[in-house]
Design a protein around this ligand. Structure first.
Ligand code: UAG
Ligand code: ATP
Ligand code: API
Ligand code: MG
Length: 471
């Protein structure tokens, strides 16, 4: 493709791809130079050009010599639009999910429901790029725009027609997923996280609302979970944009949750859709998983799915990796669950999911990640202590921070908790003290395969360690 065909200028240069990092520039690439949190991409423009960049997208004030300087008020958006034109075509049906918790679960459940309805489907998010046969990690929840568009185009070439992706607030803020027609956008919930990156809760919320205000197609749909204190605000954004609105949850217009009862292996739901009531035996435990299932069903309906088929699909869903995953049953008969709860709200949701199944004590193993929102730590400790019978505070990806300082912040909110820094020892201790009737919850890492200490990633899998400790 010629540069002159992509951008509004006369140029016969052949464009071979796009790059955001000067070290990845190949001859013929368009380089995107943007200020980040650690570097200013504009400092690498000259090097990118000497490596063969044929144009540079950067803010109007940037210095670009030797190749065309493409600029706009929001240069990241221009870069995304050009890259999307280069990498197209993409799968015909794309849905995006935002919210503090539940994005990974919802995109994965949506992928499963589409598949059961006969579509070739994929999801992109924290678990990587997932199809029926494969899972490839990208390292981020919402990958950078070049990786993202490349993945989308690759899925299209594989014959995938339906993709659900996770729109993280970082991703939305940095225009990491743009330029494709998004048919439906969903909101799961909103609570505290990532205040290391966003200035306050309002700017965090505003970043998420870009999905409804700008990213989803103007003739697209908004699927909104009704049970969150901010749901009405999301609905207002969707209405202002003129989106087709599908509300799901208590009092929902598209899918109303009439009643819910926990069962030993799942939950019984009574749902109302278009005036008709249906029972559903959901094979997943926990209210939060039900929220995500109904949101996923909303996305399927929003993208042309039929109710009968979607309802049948919901009854056959498989669990999502690392979300209330039952790792093992201890020798004394106590089930050990691994869950990715790493915000105060998620800890509450995970414990709430298990509570109806506890006869004895609920023992929670919990930590918080380093180089991430500090303020959420004592809040996570408080929620864990209030809702569990026993709490063990341990390490969860300390990254560049002193792990003892992170633990102290959690302990400040959970004064009665036991402190065991080594995560394996903490899990072993919890499993060792659990008796029949007790439940152990290992929170925070879910599917993760490593413990990040400094800049090293040591192999660590909560599920595998729990099994070893229970053996
Ligand atoms: C805070 C954050 O979001 N950082 C992301 C961001 O980096 P940045 O803007 O800080 O980039 P930077 O390192 O300052 O560099 C600025 C620019 O100069 C370029 N550069 C830099 C150095 C160089 O030698 N040459 C060069 O060209 C960089 O490629 C970049 O374009 O853009 C990078 C490229 O897309 C991301 O890899 C990086 O993710 C970091 C690694 C990260 O940890 N991100 C996490 C916090 C994150 O994004 N999480 C969200 C949410 C998770 C969730 O809750 O689900 C996610 O979507 O994963
Ligand atoms: N609908 C929900 N409401 C409250 N908590 C939830 C909900 N869904 C998931 N959670 C909690 O959040 C954890 C993470 O879930 P999931 O991975 O689906 O969310 P996410 O939004 O993708 O998270 P991340 O921002 O890290 O990518 C779960 O393990 C659970 O503890
Ligand atoms: N996507 C989240 C994951 C947190 C998981 C937890 N194990 C941690 O390391 O804090 C983040 O990067 O903030
Ligand atoms: Mg996720």
């Amino acid at each position: 493709m010629k540069l002159g065909d992509l951008a509004d200028l006369e140029s016969e240069s052949q464009v071979t791809g796009f790059a955001l990092d000067h070290r990845k520039v190949a001859p013929g690439n368009i380089f995107g130079a943007f200020p980040g949190t650690r570097f200013n991409g504009e400092d690498f423009i000259a090097e990118a050009v000497s490596r063969g960049a044929v144009a540079v997208v950067a803010a109007p004030g940037a210095v670009v010599e030797g190749v065309p300087h493409l600029s706009a008020d929001e240069p990241r958006l221009l870069f995304a639009d050009l890259a999307a034109r280069f990498y197209a075509p993409f799968p015909a049906t794309i849905a995006a999910v935002t919210g503090t918790n539940g994005k990974t679960s919802t995109v994965e459940l949506t992928r499963q429901l589409w598949r059961m309805a006969g579509h070739r489907s994929a999801s992109i998010g924290t678990l990587g790029v997932t199809t029926a046969d494969d899972q490839v990690s990208t390292g981020l929840t919402t990958p950078d725009i070049v990786t993202f568009l490349n993945n989308m185009a690759g899925l299209k070439r594989m014959g995938i027609s339906h993709v659900a992706y996770e729109a993280s607030s970082h991703g939305l803020d940095q225009y990491r997923a743009e330029g494709m027609p998004v048919s439906a956008a969903a909101f799961t919930n909103f609570s505290r996280d990532h205040l290391d990156y966003h200035a306050d809760m309002d700017s965090y919320f505003a970043a998420k609302m870009r999905l409804f205000d700008e990213v989803v197609a103007a003739d697209g749909a908004a699927v909104v979970w009704t049970g969150d204190p901010r749901s009405q605000e999301v609905i207002a954004h969707a209405k202002r944009r003129g989106l087709r609105l599908l509300t799901v949850g208590p009092g929902g217009d598209m899918i109303a949750l009439v009643s819910r009862q926990s069962t030993p292996l799942g939950q019984q739901l009574l749902l109302r859709h278009e005036g008709r009531e249906d029972r559903l035996s959901l094979p997943l435990i926990g209210a939060y998983q039900m929220n995500n299932v109904l949101t996923a069903a909303g996305l399927v309906l929003a993208t042309g799915g039929c109710w009968t088929e979607t309802l049948a699909g919901m009854g056959r869903l498989s669990p999502v990796r690392g979300r209330l995953e039952r790792a093992v049953i201890s020798r004394s008969g106590a089930p050990v669950y691994v869950d990715y709860a790493h915000t105060p709200d998620a800890v509450e949701a995970a414990i709430g999911a298990l509570r109806p199944h506890v006869e004895g004590r609920l023992i929670t193993v919990i930590g918080a990640g380093g180089d991430r929102d500090h303020g959420k730590r004592p809040q996570m400790g408080t929620v864990a202590a209030r809702l569990s019978d026993m709490v063990i505070v341990t390490d969860d990806n300390p990254r560049s921070e002193d792990p003892a300082t992170i633990r102290a912040a959690l302990l400040a909110g959970a004064p009665g908790a036991i402190e065991i820094g080594d995560r394996r020892e903490a899990i072993a201790e919890a499993i060792g003290m659990a008796k029949a009737g007790d439940i152990v919850l290992v929170a925070g890492k879910g599917h993760e395969q490593g413990q990040i200490i400094g800049d090293k990633v040591l192999p660590f899998d909560d599920v595998a360690i729990a099994r070893e400790c229970a053996a």
